[in-house]
Every structure is written in structure tokens, then in C-alpha cells.
Ligand binder design. Structure first.
Ligand code: SAM
Length: 390
């Protein structure tokens, strides 16, 4: 995607003209020195390595060291906007469990659970279907120690197992949930150069003591990944490729294929492979230069839903959607649920709820940029929120 686009905050992120962070010089994050050492040794790091260090470095990684959510943080996600989001996802799980033949035991696994808000709201809704709640063993996949602690507080009293990577749960049917998780996984970038796509990398400019983009002509996009659209692209065009997204989706799909189940992915992204760069950084709810403060701002890339769908399909699972988040939530009954809550709400609560629902479903806000996609075992013939002929 080229030019500006709406980011998860509902702001317009001006790519190429990011704001300069006002306190950019005041704090030295250890990530900066770690990256400089890697670059001194190797000449550069890939964009994926830069992103991985910025977000996951053991000493100063963005997610490793902080709670970034909410007004006081850097960005807000759908479950943090309204409890209705997580409740509807909980009911989606109950419906999916029934579509799976109501197995006596299944694993409910959330990837990248943030503050644990989505799971907390989903489990409350799931109690309305006691047999489903009783069948569910709940798992969270989270790499951040800080967020894991916040999740443990949010989910006190629930029996939950935490993992640092996708767990191998043996022969257990599964429901995966991934809201705004795939956008946090590292992407590689390639630039069209003649007939080739060479890797765009991050170097360090010692004269100005800052990170900068460079090209590594020795590393190329594999020939198999060069579609006709890429072959015809203009010189200098950028293409993002996300092997980490492909690998996560492939692992989820293989588990579903062997053991039955489904996975729900909600994220911002594009429905077909596209050229252009979408790497973006956000700090205090504003777009900033993605290379300026690694470790101190959120770094994401839009999700290539065609890569997700093709990967799941190639692994032998069925793909549903993507559908726009606004459509998906309305099919799950967001307006009806909001109307029930409005009957018990005072004036200020009613205003908050209406604002939140608009933010989640309006096309100008999160309603169309965010998409829902599901993958499932081929035996499932319908999934709530998706067309049966998906
Ligand atoms: C943008 S937040 C999404 C939070 C949550 N799903 C929500 O909707 O509020 C990304 C989450 O993924 C986690 N995360 C990032 N990379 C991860 C990885 N490789 N494995 C597991 N969790 C990861 C972060 O720590 C954080 O909890």
C-alpha cells in the first residue's frame, strides 16, 4: 500500500513524512546499542531483524519492557475500546465449538493477548454456554514478561497456561484467536532493481548517528515469490514479505488439519498481495519515523491477508473471508448487544458505548481497514460472521 493509510488508532499515518519525536534525544534505549553492534559486525541488519530487536529485545524491546495500551500509552486496540468486542469473540468461540461437533475437550489459544482484556471478556461470555466453557482449556502465547503479568492479574481465578511459542498440545481440537497479533511480526522488505528484487536493509549513518535504509544487492527475493505483478513493477518499488506470519499461520493450520478446529485472525491489512511499504511506528498515538527510536515506539506492518489465506489453504485448511471488521461485528450482533447494554446505561455510559461501537464498525474508523479472516478444518460447514461460500 502506498502513501498514507489509516493506522490502528484511526489516525492517518503519513508515510514518508513522519513527525519527529520531540524527546527523541533524551532517552537511550539499550536496543539502539544492540542494533549498532550488530550493524558494525555485519554491515547492516534486515528490516525484519530491526523490527524483531525493536519489539522483542530482552533488555529494551518495546513489548518486553512496557504496557503500551490506552490513552497514557501509545495505541488502543479493539478489546480495549469496548467489552462488547471480546464478548462477541467469546460467543463466536461457542458457536465454532458447536460447529466442531461440541468436543468434550478443546484448547482455546490466544496469540499475543496484550492486557488479557479480550480473553477476560470472551470467557465471561462463554459462561453463557456452560458445556463449552467446561470443555475449554485456556492457553496464552505471550513473549512479554510485563504483559504476561498484567494478563495474570486480569484473569485471576481462571485456569490458564502461558507459553512463549505456539504449544504442541497433542491430539486436541483447537480454537485460535489472534487480534492485532500478526501485524506485530517482523517483515522483510525488497526493492525492485532491474529484473531482481534486492533486500532493503537498515544500516547506521555514523556522521548523523542515526539508522537509515540501504540495499543489500546480494540478498534477493526467492524467484518463486516473484508474481507477474512483481515482475511488472516499476524500478524502486518496495515489496514486503512476512515469513514470520507465514510460519505462524502454517503451524496453526497444521494443528487444525490434524486435530480439527478453527482460528480467527483480526487485523489491519490488505486482501491481495500489494506493493508498497507499510512499516509504521506509533508513539503516544502519533506516527513517528520507524527507524528513529527502536524499542520506544510500536512498530507494525499491515497484514497481507492473501499470504495468510494461501498459506492456510496450501496446508489443507479451509479459509473464510476476509470480511471487513465492521461487517463481521454486525453479523455477530454488535448493534443488538449494544442496545441491551444501552437500556442499563446512564447518559455518560451510553455516550461512551455509542462512540466505542462507531469506532469499531464505522468505515472511516476501524470498520474497513481491519478485517476478520478464519481458517478451519474442512469438516466445518459454517462459521459465524462469514459467508457459507467463503
Ligand atoms: C498489538 S498487541 C495486541 C494485543 C491484544 N491482542 C489486543 O488486541 O489488545 C501485540 C501482542 O503480541 C505480543 N507479541 C508480539 N510478538 C509476539 C510473539 N512473537 N509471540 C508471542 N507474542 C507476541 C505482544 O507482547 C502483545 O501482547
Amino acid at each position: 500500500m502506498n502513501g498514507s493509510s489509516t493506522n490502528p488508532l484511526g489516525n492517518t499515518a503519513q508515510r514518508g513524512h513522519p513527525e519527529t519525536d520531540p524527546d527523541a534525544e533524551t532517552v537511550a534505549n539499550p536496543v539502539v546499542d544492540h542494533l549498532k553492534s550488530k550493524i558494525a559486525a555485519a554491515g547492516h541488519v534486515s528490516v525484519a531483524e530491526f523490527m524483531q530487536s525493536a519489539l522483542g529485545d530482552a533488555d529494551g524491546g518495546y513489548y518486553t519492557t512496557r504496557d503500551p495500551f490506552g490513552v497514557a500509552g501509545d495505541f488502543t486496540t479493539a478489546p480495549e475500546i469496548s467489552q462488547v468486542f471480546g464478548e462477541l469473540i467469546g460467543l463466536w468461540c461457542a458457536d465454532t465449538w458447536q460447529a466442531m461437533g461440541s468436543p468434550r475437550a478443546f484448547a482455546l489459544i490466544e496469540l499475543g493477548p496484550g492486557r488479557g482484556t479480550l480473553m477476560s471478556d470472551a470467557l465471561r461470555a462463554l459462561r453463557q454456554v456452560p458445556a463449552c466453557r467446561a470443555a475449554a482449556s485456556v492457553h496464552m502465547v505471550e513473549t512479554s514478561p510485563v504483559l504476561r503479568e498484567i494478563q495474570q492479574q486480569a484473569l485471576q481465578g481462571e485456569n490458564i497456561t502461558w507459553h512463549s511459542a505456539l504449544p504442541d498440545l497433542g491430539r486436541t481440537p483447537v480454537i485460535f484467536l489472534a487480534n492485532e497479533f500478526l501485524d506485530a511480526l517482523p517483515v522483510e522488505q525488497y526493492v525492485k532493481h532491474g529484473d531482481n528484487w534486492c533486500e532493503r536493509v537498515v544500516a547506521h549513518d555514523p556522521a548523523h548517528d542515526r539508522f537509515c535504509f540501504a540495499i543489500d544487492r546480494s540478498k534477493r527475493l526467492p524467484l518463486g515469490a516473484i508474481t507477474r505483478q512483481l515482475a511488472q513493477a516499476e524500478e524502486g518499488t518496495i515489496f514486503e514479505f512476512a515469513p514470520a506470519v507465514r510460519d505462524f499461520v502454517s503451524d496453526m493450520a497444521h494443528h487444525i488439519l490434524l486435530n480439527s478446529g478453527a482460528g480467527l485472525i483480526v487485523d489491519y491489512g490488505y486482501t491481495q498481495h500489494a506493493t508498497g511499504q507499510t512499516l509504521q511506528a506509533v508513539r503516544k498515538h502519533k506516527p513517528v519515523d520507524p527507524l528513529e527510536r527502536p524499542g520506544d515506539c510500536d512498530l507494525t506492518a499491515h497484514v497481507d491477508f492473501q499470504l495468510v489465506g494461501d498459506t492456510a489453504q496450501n496446508a489443507g485448511t479451509k479459509v473464510w473471508g476476509p470480511v471487513d471488521q465492521g461487517v463481521f461485528l454486525q453479523r455477530l450482533g454488535i448493534l443488538e448487544r449494544a442496545n441491551i447494554l444501552l437500556k442499563r446505561a446512564n447518559v455518560s455510559q451510553a455516550h461512551q458505548l455509542r462512540t466505542a461501537v462507531t469506532r469499531l464498525i464505522a468505515p472511516a474508523e476501524m470498520g474497513t481497514l481491519f478485517k476478520a479472516m478464519a481458517i478451519s478444518h474442512k469438516g466445518l460447514s459454517s462459521l459465524a460472521g462469514f459467508d457459507s461460500d467463503s
